[in-house]
Design a protein around this ligand. Structure first.
Ligand SMILES: *[C@@H]1O[C@H](CO)[C@@H](O)[C@H](O)[C@H]1NC(C)=O
Ligand SMILES: *[C@@H]1O[C@H](CO)[C@@H](O)[C@H](O)[C@H]1NC(C)=O
Ligand SMILES: *[C@@H]1O[C@H](CO)[C@@H](O)[C@H](O)[C@H]1NC(C)=O
Ligand SMILES: *[C@@H]1O[C@H](CO)[C@@H](O)[C@H](O)[C@H]1NC(C)=O
Ligand SMILES: *[C@@H]1O[C@H](CO)[C@@H](O)[C@H](O)[C@H]1NC(C)=O
Ligand SMILES: *[C@@H]1O[C@H](CO)[C@@H](O)[C@H](O)[C@H]1NC(C)=O
Ligand SMILES: *[C@@H]1O[C@H](CO)[C@@H](O)[C@H](O)[C@H]1NC(C)=O
Ligand SMILES: *[C@@H]1O[C@H](CO)[C@@H](O)[C@H](O)[C@H]1NC(C)=O
Ligand SMILES: *[C@@H]1O[C@H](CO)[C@@H](O)[C@H](O)[C@H]1NC(C)=O
Ligand SMILES: *[C@@H]1O[C@H](CO)[C@@H](O)[C@H](O)[C@H]1NC(C)=O
Ligand SMILES: *[C@@H]1O[C@H](CO)[C@@H](O)[C@H](O)[C@H]1NC(C)=O
Length: 574
């Protein structure tokens, strides 16, 4: 059809061009013939380009449709390959309902490949490769979250929109729970490291088979458990990636589960009298800001802490002067005691550190109550029952320091991910960028510096040397992986992109670092008015890399303009 259309068009246009002109003088006729030939040559060129683009389009779709039958991979069953046109709203009816991802809008033309890869004779991963038509030559793997079990389709959509050939796997089991760990340590091993590694090894083969050439550079983007998977790759699989972006990493994983599992018993045992009621939360948040806020901007504090690690919140400041005092502005001594317990590090047997403190900040107490207040944290429950003790009836409501120590020693699936030696990754030229929201109620931001410092001690390197391959950014006012009152749009997920400028986007910063050698000194985060881009920028802040901290240097006190704190120029990394 397309070919006939082109020839008909050319025939019509040529006949039309020649017909009226052929009646002039011989000179005119000669000029006309020369012009006409030039025109024809041009038209053939245009038509050929059009034809070629048509046939390429056909080729991409056909190539994609045929790809599943041509793909030869060890230990793999290819389920399907299908062309997905830009703008398609994919229905993910096969996806486990607990993953809460029933559909995904795909932003660019791509070839979607789905397969199963056995990782042992009793375990395996479901994975997908999304291969964009407009490929940059870059490969990328996404990660997972919690103790799932869920391909993060939104991350596949985001990174393919930027031209990466992208893979994502189900981490060895389906759904958000950990029941699949029961009686099957191989599924735990998949969760610990094997799913992400297998999906990268196989994914690179798929990408090469599809495009007919290997990728140029390999990247990783993930947060939370995805952050842990990125750190695991840096620690144990130095050849998997050239650049790793690992957010809010769930490293020191057993300690994390013990710590998050300790909030419920703390709140339960404090009883309704011992935990500050919700009527007091506003007063507690105000006291936290008064004691630990920047204090630099008069009546217009930014409403979150830039440096919660410097905050030694003293809840006793809120203890009621008399028992009958206004209970919405003050608390009891017992309640102050609970607040101190919540914001203290967790120590275990023999005084060993299980996990650092929950960072202090406005909104944290409320979040703790919502997340951990009413029942044991589900990830802790599933981890201890199915992965640590292999006992579905284990009493997860009364875990003790002995349980914490046992989990740590067992290190099921090698999930702990707290090896301070990154020298193989450093030697091969890998780059690691981590970030952590400073208002994260799920994985305390106090943990990430402890790993950075461990690497510094283990490798005998000061931060000036670590800067060559490992940079860690503290993002103030960011909750768990995204959201929060701070300037949190840093391009780590598709829903938080203010710009593709590498100065403002952690993924593009990593691409620039790997491919041009320019490392990011700061990451400029953006806060939109009401978190809505169309309403414009509310404020921006340049987040510093550890161990630098952001210090307010703008005008203060009586002369401060109310918006002085919104200007990134009024802050410096010290
Ligand atoms: C995609 O389709 C689902 C239903 O299958 C719908 O709920 C969702 O809103 C759609 N998304 C968009 C962006 O249209
Ligand atoms: C996991 O989900 C995929 C679809 O996403 C499905 O094909 C596969 O059978 C599921 N595996 C198990 C063990 O349920
Ligand atoms: C395929 O699986 C077998 C058995 O689990 C394993 O020994 C082999 O290394 C796997 N092959 C690849 C390429 O991973
Ligand atoms: C699975 O492989 C293990 C060795 O990794 C072997 O001991 C076991 O017998 C195999 N089980 C089956 C059912 O093949
Ligand atoms: C292809 O990607 C490049 C960037 O890598 C972009 O500049 C270009 O507009 C894209 N083309 C299409 C047709 O999407
Ligand atoms: C879906 O996930 C839940 C939670 O992990 C799990 O209990 C259930 O078995 C899964 N369903 C299927 C069909 O795999
Ligand atoms: C406090 O909790 C009570 C009881 O659950 C609820 O009715 C009330 O709306 C909450 N108030 C606030 C300010 O959250
Ligand atoms: C109690 O304290 C709150 C918060 O400071 C204040 O808004 C309220 O007016 C006070 N109520 C009384 C009866 O003093
Ligand atoms: C605690 O210390 C005792 C005595 O030194 C030692 O036997 C025990 O193994 C230690 N426990 C742990 C979990 O380190
Ligand atoms: C932002 O949201 C607040 C509260 O929902 C609302 O009062 C305000 O009008 C919104 N601002 C804009 C510019 O839409
Ligand atoms: C505020 O401005 C006045 C007048 O310019 C000046 O005298 C005063 O020192 C300023 N105060 C501060 C804290 O900068």
């Amino acid at each position: 059809m397309a070919v006939m259309e082109v020839f008909n068009y050319l025939y019509e246009r040529t006949a039309e061009t020649l017909r009226p002109r052929a009646t002039g003088s011989s000179k005119e006729v000669g000029e006309t013939v020369v012009k006409t030939i030039k025109m024809l040559v041009q038209r053939f060129a245009v038509a050929l380009a059009w034809l070629s683009s048509l046939s390429q389009a056909a080729t991409f779709e056909q190539q994609c449709a045929q790809f599943s039958s041509q793909l030869q991979l060890d230990n793999a069953t290819v389920w399907f390959s299908e062309f997905v046109a830009a703008g398609t709203n994919l229905t993910l009816s096969q996806n486990n309902v607990t993953c809460a991802r029933p559909s995904q809008v795909v932003e660019v033309d791509l070839c979607r490949v789905a397969l199963y890869v056995a990782t042992s004779n009793r375990s395996g991963i479901s994975m997908e490769a999304w291969l964009p038509k407009n490929w940059t030559g870059r490969f990328l793997s996404t990660g997972n979250g919690g103790i799932s079990g869920c391909i993060q389709y939104e991350d596949l959509a985001y990174t393919t929109s930027l031209g990466f050939s992208t893979v994502g796997a189900n981490n060895g089991h389906n759904g958000t729970g950990g029941h699949a760990f029961l009686d099957n340590p191989d599924v735990v091993t998949d969760f610990g490291w094997r799913s992400i590694h297998t999906n990268v090894v196989v994914g690179k083969q798929i990408s090469q088979a599809f495009y007919g050439k290997p990728h140029t550079k390999s990247y990783y983007l993930g947060c939370s458990t995805g952050g842990r998977q990125g750190m695991k790759s840096a620690q144990a699989f130095p050849d998997d990636f050239d650049g790793i972006v690992a957010g809010s990493p769930a490293i020191r994983f057993n300690g994390l589960d013990s710590w998050s599992g300790n909030f419920y018993p703390t709140i339960r045992d404090a009883g309704p009298e011992g935990f500050p009621p919700n009527t007091t939360w506003a007063a507690i948040d105000a006291a936290i800001l008064a004691q630990c806020g920047t204090g630099a901007v008069g009546d217009a504090p930014d409403g979150f802490l830039e440096n919660p690690d410097l905050c030694h919140f003293r809840p006793e400041a809120l203890v009621c002067p008399t028992l009958s005092a206004n209970v919405s502005s003050c608390i009891s001594g017992a309640q102050a005691d609970t607040i101190r317990a919540i914001f203290s590090p967790l120590y275990g047997v023999n005084g060993s550190l299980v996990y650092p403190q929950m960072q202090v900040g406005p909104g944290i107490l409320e979040a703790i109550y919502a997340i951990y207040g009413k029942a044991q944290f589900p990830y802790t429950a599933d981890w201890f029952r199915y992965a640590v003790y292999n006992d579905p009836n284990y009493d997860i409501d009364h875990l003790t320091p002995k349980d914490w120590a046992y989990a740590e020693r067992l290190n099921a699936g090698e999930t702990n991910t707290f090896d301070g030696d990154l020298s193989p990754f450093q030697s091969k030229g890998g780059k690691l960028l981590t970030y952590h929201g400073q208002a994260d109620p799920i994985i305390s931001s106090a943990n990430s510096p402890t790993y950075y410092d461990l690497v510094s001690r283990t490798m005998d390197l000061p931060s000036t040397a670590l800067d060559d391959f490992y940079r860690f950014f503290r993002v103030s006012g960011m909750g768990h992986c995204s959201g929060g009152p701070g300037a949190t749009f840093i391009g780590n997920v598709g829903a938080a992109v203010a710009s593709l400028d590498p100065d403002q986007n952690v993924l593009m910063a990593m691409v620039r670092w790997v491919e041009q050698g320019t490392a990011p000194d700061t990451i400029l985060g953006t806060k939109f008015v009401n978190d809505t881009a169309s309403l414009g920028v509310d404020f921006q802040r340049a987040h510093c890399r550890y161990p630098f901290r952001n210090v307010y240097v703008g005008g203060g006190g009586e002369n401060a303009t109310t918006d002085a704190w919104k200007d990134p120029a009024n802050w410096v990394c010290q």
